[in-house]
Design a protein around this ligand. Structure first.
Ligand SMILES: Cc1ncc(COP(=O)(O)O)c(C=O)c1O
Length: 440
């Protein structure tokens, strides 16, 4: 009889539960983010330092998700805190451009192959929204191709075919757009073209059917929402070629995959998009987003010659997020990326080993400092493969890992920080073994 992970979780988190019940009086389901809700209730965090997150009950856990991949240097790294504090003394938000914005823009343009110019936002959602708006304005077309299961934030155009029941999405080789939220504007689904991930022939055939109507293809080079699934190079190359042939733009959503190398996944794969959306790590833990790419497209954002695209935002490029972002990127040297990737590979191997020792169908995905754990038998190449994984076991393992003192995302994805080392990796693998043992 498997151990009841939920009962153990409830026993150790009574204060979180009380806080959540109070929160539910004022906030729907007690919070403001869907992505971090889990049953029976989420944990309330009191503090976080380095690799350790302490909850309302005083329980300490090692952080293997790092604020949905954001805290790549761990919690409270001195260079970032110092930069943010120094800026706070000089002012919190200005009604003018600031020097840190220019420095962060310079750093991003130097690192990212496709970046000639960039603009900042307060979230990844606003970043992908602007890449799509720019593509529509630039091409004069309206349809957007997106990958089934891909998450690009919470605006209408991308809230399509995300975490859907595959039965509702039509045949694998002819996927139909499905609304993934209420309240989408009429016509949203007609503007969406859905393609499978990592299947170049099928995706190309579908794209060809809409040639001439497509403003852009938006794709994550490593799919976070589907469990850190990396793209095949051949798939990304096909998208690049098609976009060139058809006069559409290729957009990379690198809100997560910018972790993969100093120039992001586009540098890692050697495939250069026209536009890229960023977020998370580039703000060092403060609210941020950015979009950038070819200067002939980014020129649509010049107020002196238009603007063709209206883009405001009181806190866009606020000096605290920008200063924290500069400090973070400055720490992220090529050697740091290499060390993080080596450590994460050690973790992936360790988890795989536990799976094979215990004869469990454990699959581990990921690249660089990103990883995902799946309970599935077959190869994992796209959303439909992930959709048949054992979700009930995944949920028990998620709570089990919390009970063992390790934080992951509810879909068992994670991202390492430089605060984690071999000792913590070993502890995670041992914890994972104990949790799996309890499920059999
Ligand atoms: C790939 C991807 N794109 C876009 C977003 C949206 O970013 P934000 O939460 O900053 O709006 C996310 C957030 O998790 C993401 O993972």
């Amino acid at each position: 009889m498997p151990t009841d992970e939920t009962a153990r979780y409830r026993e150790t988190t009574p204060k979180s539960r009380a806080m959540w019940e109070e929160a539910c009086r004022y906030l729907p389901d007690g919070d403001s983010r869907h992505s971090i809700f889990w049953k029976p209730y989420p944990i309330f965090t009191e503090s976080a330092r380095g690799a350790v997150v302490t909850d309302a009950d005083g329980v300490e856990r090692l952080d293997f998700i790092n604020t949905m991949t954001t805290m790549i240097l761990g919690h409270g790294p001195a260079p970032v805190l110092n930069a943010a504090r120094a800026q706070m003394e000089l002012g919190l938000a200005y009604n003018s451009p600031n020097r840190h914005q220019v420095e962060l823009a310079r750093l991003l343009c130097a690192r990212i192959p496709s970046f000639e110019q960039v603009r900042f936002t307060n979230s990844g959602t606003e970043a992908t929204l602007n890449t799509i708006r720019a593509a529509r304005a630039f091409t004069g077309r309206s349809k957007i191709a997106k990958v089934e299961g891909g998450y690009h934030g919470t605006h209408d155009a991308v809230l399509v075919s995300l975490r859907i029941d595959p039965a509702a999405g039509g045949d694998y080789d002819n996927p139909q757009p499905v609304a993934s939220s209420g309240g989408l504007v009429d016509g949203t689904l007609e503007q969406a073209v859905i393609i499978p991930y990592n299947d170049a022939p099928v995706a190309r055939r579908i794209l060809e059917e809409h040639r001439g109507e497509l403003a852009a293809i938006i794709v994550e080079p490593v799919m976070g929402s589907v469990g850190m699934l990396p793209a095949d190079t051949a798939y990304l190359t096909m998208l690049r070629d098609f976009a060139d042939d058809a006069g559409a733009l290729l957009i990379f959503d690198e809100v997560i995959s910018f972790r993969v190398s100093p120039g992001g996944a586009q540098e890692y794969y050697g495939v250069t998009p026209d536009l890229t959306a960023l977020g998370k790590i580039i703000g060092g833990g403060f609210p941020v987003g950015a979009f950038g790419g070819r200067s002939d497209i980014m020129r649509l954002y010049s107020p002196s010659s238009g603007p063709v695209i209206n883009h405001g935002g009181t806190f866009n490029a606020n000096p605290i997020s920008m200063a924290a972002g500069v400090a973070t990127l400055t720490e992220l040297t090529p050697i740091v990326y290499r060390q993080l990737a080596e450590l994460t590979e050690m973790l992936r191997q360790g988890i795989r080993k536990v799976g094979s020792e215990m004869e469990q169908p454990v699959r581990v995905t990921g690249v660089g400092s990103l990883f995902g754990i799946h309970f599935a038998d077959g190869p994992l190449r796209n959303y439909r493969d992930i959709a048949v994984a054992d979700k009930a076991l995944g949920e028990r393992v998620f709570l089990g890992m919390l009970n063992e003192g390790f934080l992951l995302a509810p879909n068992l994805v994670g991202a390492l920080s430089t605060s984690l080392g071999e000792v913590e990796i070993d502890a995670f693998v041992r914890g994972f073994r104990r949790v799996l043992q309890r499920q059999t």
